[in-house]
Design a protein around this ligand. Structure first.
Ligand SMILES: Cc1ncc(COP(=O)(O)O)c(C=O)c1O
Length: 385
């Protein structure tokens, strides 16, 4: 290819290849066990694949309605009433998206304007910041507090001003595995009582929560729900991250704006897969048993590594386990993660990459959504380090 003939003004000049891609590439290159990326190495249910197949064979291969298949939206509405005692109108308040990532981008694009501030708690999942910047908004970062990565609500109070348009929360939390508790909700309710701030609640791990704790969806709290975009993902719940289907629920006035953007980004999401999810959602046991399934994985992994020199943090939800390595090395976390791949053949994600300032607490993120055999092999390595 000839050299590009003029200079391009990048809209996201600081964004490069993501660490997930870098770590996975290195994991392949060095033949390492890959606990870096957040997806299962086991299969989704054969019944779900059959249902997609059936929908395709029955001819459901054209565009779905813009807001999503009505049957699927109705099932989501039923589930939201049953689990969170909240009723959303499937006609006007639920939209199916091409994964949670698209829903997050769309919600931010719908309401964040030039100069608006958006509070983001770090470490944070990586798609919030660029989506805010693309709208000319300003991410305002507040660090979660160690040792258990909780929100310091006094700092939030101090950072709120006339320009604050949105607060983004994520429970259960990637990368730390922490969850919001009732006291957090009470603080949030107080803080949002007297301003016009919109909440974006990323709840993609709503069904991956442990030790019998309830998932505190914003949908449960009318005062918060009335100003929230709540976003979830079927990819996490049904071990189908590659299918990229998620959804957003929000009051009609927010959803109207959401759909204006949604229809020009994707118009609609994959039809056959929406048919399949609308059927599988009827089998409630599948999502109701998911906490136990992943809690077992968490505990298996923790038991296997208990005699290692890594110090585990308490994971309350999500499928990530943070391990602190201060007993082993003083290296920065990126260098240490690279060394683990090259010398020990195990891949993780250094937690500093989830911070705007690359804050390094000597912490690595390991994904335990893996076959027990994979976890056993990983633990063997970790115990030797
Ligand atoms: C916190 C969080 N939000 C959103 C997403 C994106 O979900 P999806 O794959 O449905 O776009 C992920 C995926 O890892 C995530 O961890």
């Amino acid at each position: 290819m000839p050299v590009f003939p003029f200079s391009l003004h990048s809209k996201l000049p600081r964004v490069g290849t993501s660490i997930f891609t870098v770590m996975s590439r290195m994991a392949n290159e060095y033949g390492a066990i890959n606990l870096s990326q957040g997806f299962p190495d086991f299969r989704c249910s054969a019944e779900l694949v059959e249902l997609v197949n059936k929908a395709m064979k029955e001819g459901h291969n054209q565009y779905a309605p813009m807001a999503g298949l009505p049957k699927l939206r109705e099932e989501i509405a039923k589930k939201t009433v049953e689990l969170y005692n909240a009723s959303y109108n499937p006609e006007t308040e639920i939209t199916i998206t091409a994964g949670a990532t698209q829903a997050i981008y769309t919600a931010i694009a719908a309401v964040v304007n030039e100069g608006d501030e958006v509070i983001v708690f770090t470490p944070a999942y990586d798609c919030y910041e660029p989506a805010i910047e693309m709208q000319g908004g300003k991410p305002v970062f507040i660090q979660l507090q160690l040792p258990n990565y909780h929100i310091d609500w006094n700092t939030v109070r101090k950072m709120i001003n006339q320009k604050t348009r949105m607060i983004i929360i994520n429970t259960p939390h990637n990368p730390t595995g922490s969850i919001l508790k009732e006291n957090d909700i009470a603080e949030l309710e107080k803080i949002l009582a007297h301003n016009h701030i919109i909440l974006l609640s990323d709840e993609v791990y709503e069904h991956i929560i442990f030790d019998n704790q309830p998932h505190l969806s914003m949908a449960r709290y009318p005062k918060l729900a009335e100003k929230s975009f709540i976003i979830s993902s079927f990819g996490k719940t049904y071990h189908t991250t590659g299918w990229k289907i998620g959804y957003c629920i929000a009051p009609e006035i927010l959803m109207n704006e959401f759909r204006k953007i949604h229809q020009y980004i994707v118009f609609s999401a994959n039809t056959a897969i929406q048919y399949a999810y609308s059927e599988i959602l009827k089998h409630k046991e599948l999502y109701l048993q998911l906490p136990m399934f992943y809690q077992k994985k968490r505990d298996t992994f923790l038991n296997l590594i208990q005699h290692s020199r890594f110090i585990p943090l308490h994971t309350e939800g999500s499928y990530f386990q943070l391990l602190n390595y201060t007993n082993i090395s003083k290296e920065n976390d990126v260098a240490f993660a690279e060394k683990l791949i090259k010398e020990h053949k195990i891949a993780s994600i250094p937690v500093s990459v989830f911070y705007n300032q690359k804050t390094d607490n000597h912490m690595l993120r390991f994904c335990f959504a893996k076959e027990d055999e994979t976890l056993e092999k990983a633990a063997e390595i970790l115990k030797r380090i």
